[in-house]
Design a protein around this ligand. Structure first.
Ligand SMILES: [Zn+2]
Length: 326
């Protein structure tokens, strides 16, 4: 048996370290006591999503711990549960929960990217779901103030249309980080690392609402842990490589004009525009190819089915090659 949180071997359910991170050390079974809820609002979900993206069709449920068990709740949710998305427009949907879990674990375990605590969990009928602990809720139930970058850059459906969260660039998020976060440089480095990671794992849905600032108890803004990251191209093969431009004019760059996709030059240009030191940016980019084997091993050890593993690995190889020095 391997831990359904961190893939550590010889564990029944969740290992102690995952129980600490997720469940206040409680021995929560990896199988819930109830079946997946019936989703009866699927049609309306898809109608209102102009751009086919996994985030547009994912259903989210709120859970909390009650008498040492996870239960559905309308209010004061401590966890978010994401079952298999109910969509026949997506590919390999049954692997979506594990795709998210694997990608989040890779970010944290291999690259030290701060992530929301997460695991794979199963409904009573055996269907998998992704579970994550909310980081905006204090232990007493009160909430931290959190704002995503659509809110921070004042973009709404009314002001920028249906696809407002895809309207912008990563540079713009960086500029907002510089403006609002007191310790801007480390935050910008964390942000840059995450943007490159998303590219490496083929996450084409890292839009404005998938990055946020949270206000600490002392009143200072900080970048939140990473959330909602997965290899979206597995489920939406037609999706563009990134949800946002890296920076305005990136597609006119010599590299993009030559190859038709982003490469090392574009990410180094983004780092320069963010005000990061070039050697630090190079080190962050090269950390991904240096740990290629560990990433591959983690994909192999995951609970994805074999066809999805193969796709994940070939996309990974492709993106790592793109970021190699030319
Ligand atoms: Zn574990």
């Amino acid at each position: 048996m391997i831990c359904k949180g961190c893939y550590k071997e010889d564990t029944d359910g969740y290992c102690l370290s995952c129980r600490k991170k997720l469940f206040d050390r409680l021995r929560i079974p990896a199988v819930l006591s109830f079946d997946a809820p019936k989703a009866d609002n699927i049609a309306s979900f898809q109608e209102h999503s102009k751009r086919l993206s996994i985030s547009g069709v994912q259903l989210k449920y709120s859970l909390r711990l009650e008498n040492k068990a996870l239960v559905f709740t309308e209010q004061s949710g401590e966890y978010i549960l994401k079952p298999i998305p109910p969509s026949n427009l997506l590919v390999a949907v049954e692997d979506a929960p594990e795709n998210e879990h694997l990608t989040m674990q890779m970010a944290e375990q291999l690259f030290g990217i701060q992530t929301a605590a997460n695991a794979l969990i199963y409904f009573k009928d055996g269907a998998p779901a992704y579970i994550t602990k909310r980081f905006d809720v204090r232990s007493d139930g009160s909430k931290y103030q959190q704002e995503d970058f659509a809110q921070i850059t004042s973009r709404t459906k009314a002001s920028h249309g249906e696809t407002f969260k895809y309207n912008g660039s990563y540079l713009e998020i960086g500029e907002a980080i510089r403006k609002f976060v007191a310790a801007a440089v480390p935050a910008l480095e964390r942000f840059f690392q995450l943007v490159v990671f998303n590219y490496i794992v083929s996450n084409g849905d890292a839009h404005l609402k998938n990055f946020s600032l949270i206000r600490s108890t002392e009143g200072e803004y900080q970048l939140t842990p990473a959330y909602d990251i997965m290899s979206t191209v597995i489920h939406t093969p037609q999706e563009s490589d990134t949800a946002l431009d890296l920076y305005p004019g990136d597609m006119d760059s010599a590299f993009y004009q030559t190859y038709g996709y982003y490469g090392r030059d574009n990410f180094l240009e983004l780092a320069a525009k963010l005000g990061l030191l070039e050697n630090r940016a190079i080190r962050m980019i090269d950390a991904f190819s240096a740990r290629r084997e560990q990433m591959e091993q983690m994909v192999q050890r995951s609970f994805l089915n074999d066809a999805t593993k193969a796709k994940y690995l070939s996309n990974l190889a492709d993106k790592i090659t793109r970021l190699d020095p030319k």
